[in-house]
Design a protein around this ligand. Structure first.
Ligand code: DOR
Ligand code: ZN
Length: 354
């Protein structure tokens, strides 16, 4: 049965890059218009490593939220081998810090301060397990001899599973899972591991950035994989299974930095993510599960209340248009082009159902 309208709770974004300064000012309104809350990634330059830095960054974000938008930034710390347990505990107990982010050193944008020797962070992970603070992992090894398409699967085997064996009560989110190996691993384990899935990994496979010329606007990390992996992600996201929830990983870079001999990884989706997701879920006869994926499963894992506000989605007859680019200083950020027209749009509503 085809549906042309539905109402769901306002969603949250459980993995978001807002950056700082001019870029923050240019992008924040797209997230705050669509989402009630977002887990804010700490990979600034320099990274957000202390509770005090996170408090200051939160204030900078809040000061840029457009008037009339309700949006709560949920702050994270960037885990380094020097991170102090007492600082993490104080940050979590105050309610400011919602998670720590683990980047293997060199895995992605601004990850140079990431972890090289995982043994050095085990005591900290044990403290996090005690207080129930989630660890968010960028799940890719960085060894030069490991093929980039295998880095997620190898990370699970060599890093993630051994860490979880050493700290069995640690609560873990595998961020932006991109392979069937990742999905299968999360499904095979207990309740203390979940995964975020991005909008773009539900839509593109590796052809998007390699066929017909190199397409830098489809380049992100982890890189999109083969079609069979995309299908595994779609199956997981649309299943309603509480272990999977939306983390857009919307990651703006100036076009000048992306269109380059060494272009940055990141895809900007904040502005059209919900429209894209409604399309994907409809295509898979799963519109009923969009609310689980975008609005219910994330708060359940993070032990936070669900949002009370609602969005009404409507399918229009004509495609909805989005800007191809947004202006930032003297350059642009290119908006994700899903490669198909988008018909779903949404607006706030007071109604609980259509
Ligand atoms: O594509 C990505 N961009 N993946 C990441 O892990 C980091 C992000 C960024 O910060 O640009
Ligand atoms: Zn990210």
């Amino acid at each position: 049965m085809s549906v042309s309208q539905f109402v769901m709770r306002r969603p949250d974004d459980w993995h978001l890059h807002l950056r700082d300064g001019h870029m923050l000012g240019a992008v924040i309104g797209h997230s705050s218009a669509n989402f009630a809350r977002a887990i804010i990634m700490p990979n600034l330059v320099p990274p957000v490593v202390t509770t005090e830095q996170a408090a200051q960054y939160k204030q900078r974000i809040i000061s840029r939220i457009p008037a009339g938008h309700e949006f709560e930034p949920l702050m994270t710390l960037y885990l380094t081998e020097e991170t102090r347990i007492e600082d993490v505990k104080a940050g979590a107990q105050s309610g400011l810090i919602k998670a720590l982010k683990l980047y293997p050193a060199g895995a992605t944008t601004n990850s140079d301060s990431g972890v090289t020797d995982f043994d050095n962070v085990i005591p900290l992970l044990e403290s996090m397990a005690e207080i129930g603070l989630p660890l968010l992992v960028h799940g890719e090894v960085t060894d030069s001899d490991i093929d980039i398409f295998d880095r997620e699967a190898v990370f699970i085997e060599r890093v993630l599973h051994p860490i979880r064996n050493r700290v069995p009560d640690l609560r873990v989110v595998m961020e932006h899972v991109t392979t069937s190996d990742g999905v299968d691993y999360v499904l095979s384990q207990g309740d203390n591991i979940a995964a975020t899935i991005t909008t773009h990994h539900l839509i593109i496979n590796r052809n998007a950035y390699l066929v017909g010329g190199v397409k830098p606007h489809y380049y992100c990390l982890p890189v999109a994989k083969r079609e069979e992996h995309r299908l595994a992600l779609v199956a997981a996201a649309t299943s309603g299974n509480s272990k999977f929830f939306l983390g857009t990983d919307s990651a703006p870079h100036l076009d000048g930095a992306k269109i380059s001999a060494c272009g940055c990884a990141g895809i900007y989706t904040s502005i059209n993510t919900l429209n894209c997701l409604a399309h994907v879920f409809e295509d898979n006869d799963a519109l009923d599960n969009l609310e689980c994926f975008a609005s219910l499963n994330g708060p359940a894992f993070y032990r936070l209340p669900v949002n009370e506000e609602r969005l009404k989605f409507s399918r229009s007859d004509e495609p909805v248009s989005f800007p191809e680019q947004i202006s930032v200083q003297n350059d642009h950020v290119t908006v994700f082009d899903p490669g198909f027209p988008l018909f779903w749009q949404h607006e706030p509503t007071n109604a609980l159902e259509v």
